[in-house]
Design a binder for this molecule. Structure first.
Ligand code: NAG
Ligand code: NAG
Ligand code: NAG
Ligand code: NAG
Length: 501
């Protein structure tokens, strides 16, 4: 579980948390069975949430990127299965953004609405509706200027819609962070280790003023700042396989904020979100049925076989920060100085790696697959000297190798099943990575060598461009990983519509 590092603090300000380790454990609210909202009322309130139906891709957009032209039948089957995966995600195509249903506020003008007393929620929904319309129109308009970065190219499903959506997010997205709960279980998280995103996100939310509001009446989304990594560390009894203390902590927390504020009940959690990088994030989220089913769950462990729902949930990258900083992690030579075709080294765990090792360990000098790094070589040097970096799932579907590959300019080869890669709502992974099914592992070399040098170069250049979306900055910078996570949450929020009942 790699929890040796979970106490690495993000920045000075969370340092105070270490002093209070056990002071807070959610008050032991006696829960006498959670009251399920009966199915009809649940449906009524959630249908006002207008989850947009799956729609065909926007005609002007290529459904899949000009990825390696499929020379072998195995590869084209693979492309189909990728397409199948994406059907289940909210691609950021205008047609996929929930558009107005005639019954909703957009038909009313704000002026008209002002004549009667309109609630804060109605105002919020009205502004969100304006954003939906703007995003929908974006792909017809000229590309937007941007002083920092203007998304462009086949790495994006729809660069213009993404850009507009991003700007709309900057203009209005406000998040309320619940203040209940003290560190270490809440308001705190690891900033080093493969689970670093938990701590980094909490820290950024704490310090970032742009996307945060202290007035819950003005909020579009509500953040439940709990860290599953810290719960595993502090309330789970090691090796006990008894998940109930974690379950109880999560449930009590939801009950606490649900009792104290009207917002949880109002949407039955649909405008609330959690973020977790721990393998047990999904499991923890199902401690409370509505948290798992309704809330936006930003997870590293985005396994569709474990009820990850791309339409509602957010896949976030697993980023292994050993020092808490990006220093020296980003960069690498050009393709001509990368003598190795493909590289992997790592432990044999999970369902995919044994297959990879069985077929490729010490079998081929072009495909360097190792359990242990060869003596005298460094992991990052190997990545920098390789054209492709193999990123198979381990214990769980996500792998920090994906981001390491992007950082070092190595085109990632994703091997997993049921994994929704990070930011798939915006990014077309097939344009800058190679997606190989577990069944195709024996064909790995054929697949990689059939990618022409020209096509490789295109993918390599795209890797260098999308990498900014995976970079961790402190303070966060526009279009970096923090903002991409927020943007994915923003899109999920756009896909629901909430009404007071
Ligand atoms: C995905 O969408 C395409 C086009 O909309 C469709 O042809 C295909 O059958 C879908 N695949 C799955 C698995 O739903
Ligand atoms: C929209 O309004 C019409 C007429 O008022 C009603 O019949 C219909 O059920 C409503 N649809 C939704 C989704 O609320
Ligand atoms: C929300 O619903 C729960 C369960 O029905 C209830 O116990 C709680 O008091 C409600 N919260 C508010 C603020 O009304
Ligand atoms: C994804 O979830 C399924 C169902 O629990 C599990 O069998 C599979 O091993 C998971 N994938 C990985 C890579 O852990």
């Amino acid at each position: 579980m790699g929890d040796a590092n979970v106490d690495g603090k993000c920045k000075m300000m969370s340092a105070c948390s270490s002093a209070k380790l056990f002071l807070f454990m959610v008050p032991l609210v006696v829960v006498s069975g959670f009251l399920f909202v009966n199915p009809t009322s649940f449906l009524t309130s959630l249908s006002t949430n207008q989850i947009s139906p799956p729609l065909p891709s926007y005609p002007s957009l290529p459904p899949a990127a000009p990825s390696p032209s499929p020379p072998t039948s195995s590869l084209s089957t693979n492309a189909e299965s990728i397409q199948g995966n994406y059907n289940r995600t909210i691609q950021l195509n205008p047609t996929n953004i929930a558009s107005t249903s005639s019954n909703v506020t957009s038909t009313a003008s704000l002026k008209l609405m002002k004549k009667r007393v309109i609630s804060n929620l109605e105002k919020i929904e009205f502004e969100l509706q304006k954003a939906r319309v703007a995003i929908k129109a974006a792909s017809m308009n000229d590309p937007l200027d941007d002083p920092d970065y203007a998304p462009l190219g086949p790495m994006y499903w729809n660069a213009k819609a993404f850009h507009r959506s991003y700007l709309e997010m900057e203009k209005q997205f406000k998040i309320f962070v619940y203040k209940e709960g003290e560190p270490p279980l809440f308001q705190d998280g690891p900033c080093k280790s493969i689970y670093s995103m938990e701590g980094n996100f909490i820290y950024e939310m704490e310090t970032n003023t742009r996307f945060r509001t202290n007035n819950p009446e003005k909020a579009h989304a509500f953040y439940l700042p709990l860290s599953v990594v810290k719960m595993v560390r502090y309330v789970y009894e090691r090796d006990s396989h008894d998940f109930s203390p974690i379950r109880k902590t999560v449930r009590d927390y939801i009950d606490l904020v649900g009792d104290k504020y009207p917002y949880w009940n109002r949407s039955i959690g649909a405008d609330h979100f959690i973020l977790s990088c721990h393998d047990w994030g999904p499991e923890a989220s199902f401690s409370h049925p509505h948290l798992g089913q309704n809330s936006i769950r930003a997870l590293c462990n985005a396994n569709t076989s474990e009820r990850f729902k791309p339409r509602k949930d957010v896949s976030i990258p697993e980023i292994n920060l050993l020092t808490g900083s990006l220093k020296g992690l980003v960069g690498g030579p050009s393709p001509s100085s990368r003598p190795i075709l493909a590289f992997f080294a790592g432990g044999v765990h999970g369902p995919v790696r044994p297959v990879l090792l069985q077929h490729w360990e010490n079998k081929d000098s072009d495909i360097r697959v190792h359990k242990y790094l060869p003596k005298g070589t460094s992991y990052s040097d190997m990545m920098r000297n390789s054209k492709f970096c193999i990123c198979p799932s381990g214990y769980e579907v996500a792998s920090p190798r994906i981001v390491e590959a992007l950082y070092s300019g190595c085109v990632p080869v994703l091997i997993n099943s049921g994994y929704v890669p990070p930011f798939s709502d915006v990014l077309n992974w097939a344009s800058f990575s190679v997606i190989v099914s577990v069944e195709d592992i024996p064909n790995l070399k054929t697949i990689l060598t059939s990618i022409s040098p020209r096509q490789y170069l295109r993918m390599y250049r795209r890797v260098l461009k999308v990498r900014r979306h995976f970079e961790v900055n402190s303070p966060a910078k526009r279009f970096d990983v923090f903002h991409m996570i927020l943007h994915s949450i923003w899109v999920r929020r756009l896909n629901v519509r909430i009404r007071e009942v």
